[in-house]
Design a protein around this ligand. Structure first.
Ligand code: NAD
Ligand code: UGA
Length: 477
């Protein structure tokens, strides 16, 4: 039994592990926090003396890392050693959708989680609390428990065999506002069976989270609540994007509709911004997981209901590509289109499942020449995202052989991509895009030129004043 946690190990130094552990270290200076990862490049980046080179961009994170790193917060690949000295191990590794085998395309791939459980089983000493921080299908704790129990029964240390308790403590942070979300969470959810373990973990959060925001449930409710939260949020976006399409067809304005329904306190105003479709590593993956689970339990209508949220999102992203092409006289072959924003939302360098990938891919396949700007995404990341998609779409042929495909270029400076462009497409809501001098840039665009604002961040008046054609998401007026 552990009354007070002194050592924490977090396996996985990604978008969740890195910020979450940094905030814990900051709030609990007396606890030693080790964040470990098999990816040595990522660990080196976390240890970089230049804080601009941290592997993820998250406002406020650099300051916390600066305060705590090498004091009570350490990033390393010393996985075995760090597990052995820990009272509590957080598993915060990736759980992407399975690419092959049973459940391919829907179920979560738990191979990384299983590897972690086996490693904890092998290395842990004394009593260890194992926390599921990754988002996992309902009943995964059972798998982790069986692996840990097997280690317990096989231990040669008969007098003091290792012992374990498994808790679920899903993470609800959003990228771009992770530090604020971690410092002032709406709630902290802890699912588990044994009071002592639940209390030990709660005591960590109690240092900065008010008691009434720390919720305790059984372990299965906690696992399911995480999937459900993401499914509900994503559902709101598909709902408003479906209404946006209807607004465009009928003369209504989706921003007015959002405002009108959002003032109903039962509906609420958040997550009602129409956009190019939700991206990010989790919404699609977690809903597909829910779809798979529902099917597994024979609940076909439930699975179809949630599958609809993902299909609408995919349809919506392609709808935007199609309407760009339609407005550019039905063809973009040889035309120059300037893409503003590649990350899946503002204030992050994460591009996973970004709508920009689908839309750029569609336009490249139609032969467009794209200039792409993003203030935080690296050119190497865009290359990876577009190459893998183009390759996938032509069944493994090399991109260099695709002479019929368009080309793309990266723009370091926001003002570099306007010259000779037929259209500008805003796909991420970076603040600097709302400050573009349209008077200046319109002079160098090829006329008739278009501006497509999929994020509703541009000033219509400024654009219309300089005789550019303008399209805005969900605007039928
Ligand atoms: P990520 O891919 O950024 O990071 C995961 C890290 O785990 C990688 O660096 C990888 O190298 C490491 N890893 C994998 N197997 C390992 C092993 N055996 N030993 C050591 N390191 C290992 O993923 P992420 O975005 O941080 O997501 C992690 C989990 O948290 C997922 O289940 C995700 O669904 C969930 N989640 C993510 C977010 C988010 O905003 N990204 C928010 C809430 C929950
Ligand atoms: C989301 C959830 O908000 C987090 O609570 C959760 O922890 C996380 O997923 C996860 O499990 O990974 P995140 O994906 O980082 O966080 O970002 P969101 O702010 O939720 O945005 C997701 C996508 O929806 C983005 O592409 C965003 O642009 C889009 N979105 C969001 C809209 O199109 N309209 C909105 O009104 C809100």
């Amino acid at each position: 039994m552990i009354s007070e946690i002194k050592n924490i190990c977090c396996i996985g130094a990604g978008y969740v592990g890195g910020p979450t552990m940094s905030v814990i270290a900051d709030k609990c200076p007396e606890i030693l926090v080790n964040v470990v990862d098999i990816n040595k490049d990522r660990i080196n980046a976390w240890n970089s003396s230049n804080l601009d080179n941290l592997p993820i961009y998250e406002p406020g994170l650099d300051k916390i890392v600066e305060r705590c790193r090498n004091k009570n917060l350490f990033f390393s690949s010393r996985i075995e050693e760090c597990i052995a000295i820990s009272d509590i191990v957080f598993i915060s590794v990736n759980t992407p959708t399975k690419k092959k085998g049973i459940g391919a395309g829907q179920a979560s791939d738990l191979k990384w989680v299983e590897v972690c459980a086996r490693q904890v089983a092998k290395e842990a000493l004394g009593h260890t609390i194992v926390v599921e921080k990754s988002t996992l299908p309902v009943k995964t704790a059972e798998v982790i428990k069986s692996i840990l129990e097997a280690a317990q029964s096989e231990s040669i240390n008969i007098e003091n065999p290792p012992s374990f308790e498994v808790l679920s403590n899903p993470e609800f942070l959003s990228e771009g506002s992770a530090i604020k979300d971690l410092e002032q969470p709406d709630r902290v959810l802890i699912g588990g069976e044994k009071k002592e373990a639940i209390e030990a973990l709660s005591n960590i959060y109690r240092r900065w989270v008010p008691e009434e925001k720390i919720l305790h449930t059984n372990i299965w409710s906690s696992e399911l609540a995480k999937l459900t939260a993401n499914a509900f949020l994503a559902q709101r976006i598909s709902s408003i994007n479906s209404i946006g399409a209807l607004c465009e067809a009928t003369g209504a304005d989706v921003r007015e509709v959002s405002r009108a329904i959002g003032t109903d306190t039962r509906i609420g105003s958040k997550f009602l911004d129409a956009g190019p479709g939700f991206g990010g590593s989790c919404f699609k993956k977690d809903i597909l997981n829910l779809v798979y689970l529902s099917k597994h339990f024979g609940l076909n209508e439930v699975s179809q209901f949630w599958e609809g949220v993902v299909s609408l999102n995919t349809w919506h992203q392609h709808r935007i590509s199609k309407l760009i092409i339609k407005n550019l006289f039905g063809t973009v072959t040889g035309k120059k289109i300037y893409i503003l924003g590649f990350s899946f939302k503002a204030n992050t360098n994460d591009t996973r499942e970004s709508a920009a990938i689908t839309i750029c891919k569609d336009l490249l396949e139609e032969g467009a020449t794209l200039s792409i700007h993003d203030p935080k995404v690296e050119i190497s990341q865009i290359k990876k995202d577009l190459e893998s998609h183009l390759k996938a779409s032509v069944k493994g042929e090399e991109i260099e052989n695709l002479s019929q495909e368009g080309k793309w270029f990266f723009c370091n400076n926001i003002y570099d991509g306007f010259k000779d462009s037929d259209a500008v497409v805003v796909l991420t809501e970076w603040e600097e895009y709302s400050k573009i001098n349209w008077n200046k840039v319109s002079k160098v665009m090829r006329k008739p030129a278009w501006v497509f604002d999929a994020r509703s961040i541009l000033c219509i008046k400024d654009i219309k004043k300089v005789n550019l054609n303008f399209w805005r998401i969900g605007d039928g007026s």
